[in-house]
Write a protein that binds this ligand. Structure first.
Ligand code: HEM
Length: 464
């Protein structure tokens, strides 16, 4: 198996003389983390999804093996700054996501998706999607998003105990839906979360495909795709009248590499992206961000004046959001200490060497990008939550802070997600004093997630 898409020239970082490479041990002989017979390291990772990877890196170095009940069972982890650089600079040449996610085309109903393709096709599809997720594309929708979020929190009442997962994901999904389609989600965010989580589990964690046929999951998928197809049709027919162009307009204009229009199923799948990714990744981050502020009086004291200044009634633009230095730093520190994309999966398609080991096509690799978030040399006292790491300090060293991935598969929506996350939490905190008496608990479904039964108390109104 080799990379059909490979770019011929080997890059200096991992090019070695062939004789030396052959002398190196295979990565499949790297130190093996001891685990349970069938489950391997799964239980340990479930218990401590953030701390487990840096611990193994400290004990075993940048290359180690682990066993997991996920396709292939034996995985090789490459961890640390140099591993992240390898993924960023050489990922397009030595790894293939076509090999990593063989179930994706069948489950999606198309082979055309930037996350599950490689080479020139991947670059092309990524461009089609990425041009919809720019700051410029977000700006015209901020007013409608602000109004929707304000109306949402207006329904809360003093004394109420709010379901943090349900509320933050509904607000996040309504916001991204307004951005992408011009309308709020229009149904319960739990429906999107359910489908997006099972989809991720089936594609990436070897969950049984039969889960997609469970009536509640199938209904969720039908509801999501139905909504997307209807809104795409409304965009196409011009029924929406004059409106600021949105992501769905761009999906319509999307083309294949030969200039032909995208097939209809591919349009629906591109339409799923903002919903699925907000459902799986972004909802968790917004939930964590709200917690880190409400639970820490010293953080609240620094972000509240910014929130009151920007969310005090006037129009909110990207410049105003950019000016919320403490709130943005809180988001950055939240993403450092509670990363969502803890470890990414890859499959080797071109031989290379790294960390004194030889990797061969077919090797299954985990790249726990977040290990560097927990190394003292990059983030002193890494377990301390400290927003000043991201205020008036030089940016983290390259490849040490990677919440949105690195390289040619890195997140295309970062510049849209960040302002939306700030808007959701700032809208809630401009209106209400909240209380989070709980200690954050993490569960792992398809990814690490805040425990879904956490509740915050609405203490008192702050402003009408
Ligand atoms: C509005 C919500 C979001 C959207 C629409 C979105 C969209 C995307 C897309 C389309 C990709 C695939 C790019 C490619 O393969 O070429 C991607 C990758 C990624 N996204 Fe996002 N994303 C969102 C939120 C987030 C958040 C909140 C995080 C984490 C903090 C995140 C982390 C990542 C990571 C780590 C990858 C790379 C995965 C890999 O390399 O295997 N995304 N995102």
């Amino acid at each position: 198996m080799t990379c059909a898409h490979s770019i011929p020239e080997p890059a200096a970082a991992i090019a070695v003389c062939p004789r030396r490479a052959v002398a190196l041990p295979r990565a499949t002989r790297a130190p093996h983390v001891r685990g349970l017979p069938l489950l391997g390291s799964a239980l340990q990772i479930l218990r401590d999804p953030y701390g487990w990877w840096p611990r193994q890196h400290r004990h075993l170095g940048p290359v180690f093996r682990l066993t997991l009940p996920i396709a292939g069972r034996t995985w090789i982890a490459i961890a640390g700054r140099d591993a992240n650089e390898l993924l960023a600079r050489e990922g397009a040449r030595v790894f293939s996501q076509v090999m990593t996610y063989p179930r994706a085309p069948e489950v999606l109903g198309t082979t055309l998706h930037p996350s599950f393709t490689e080479g020139p096709l991947q670059l092309h599809l990524r461009r089609q999607v990425a041009r919809g997720f720019t700051r410029a594309a977000l700006q015209p929708h901020l007013g409608a998003i602000a109004a929707q979020l304000r109306a949402h929190v207006e329904r809360w009442r003093p004394g109420q105990r709010i379901d943090v997962t349900a509320e933050t994901s509904q607000m996040g999904l309504d916001a991204i839906s307004l951005f992408a389609t011009g309308e709020p989600l229009g149904f319960d965010a739990a429906i999107v979360r359910r489908y997006a989580t099972v989809f991720t589990g089936v594609i990436a964690m070897s969950w049984p495909k039969a889960l997609l046929r469970v009536p509640a999951v199938r209904a969720a998928s039908t509801a999501l795709d139905g909504m997307i197809a209807r809104r795409l049709a409304a965009h196409r027919s011009g029924a929406r009248g004059d409106h600021a162009p949105d992501y769905f307009d761009l999906v319509h204009e999307g083309v294949l590499p030969d200039g032909e229009p995208l097939p209809e199923r591919t349009r629906v799948v591109f339409g799923q992206i903002p919903f699925k990714n907000m459902g799986v990744y972004a909802g968790r981050v917004i939930n964590h961000l709200l917690y880190q502020i409400v639970h820490r009086p010293e953080v609240l004291a620094r972000v509240q004046p910014e929130i009151d200044r920007v969310f005090g009634g006037g129009p909110i633009g990207l410049d105003e959001l950019d000016g919320m230095v403490a709130l943005r730093a809180t988001l950055a520190e939240t993403l450092r200490i509670l990363p969502v994309a803890v470890a990414l999966q890859r499959t080797v398609c071109e031989p290379f060497t790294f960390g004194g080991h030889r990797f061969e096509p077919g090797d299954r690799v985990f790249t726990p990008l977040s290990v560097t978030h927990f190394l003292d040399e990059h983030f002193p006292e890494p377990l301390r939550f400290d927003i000043d790491r991201f205020i008036d300090r030089p940016a983290p060293a390259p490849y040490t802070y990677n919440p949105f991935g690195v390289g040619h598969h890195a997140c295309v929506a970062r510049s849209v997600f960040e302002p939306l996350a700030l808007m959701v939490v700032a809208t809630a905190l401009a209106r209400w004093q909240l209380q989070a008496r709980y200690r954050l608990r993490t569960i792992v479904d398809a990814l690490p997630s805040p425990w879904p039964w956490h509740r915050m108390r609405v203490v008192a109104a702050r402003a009408a």
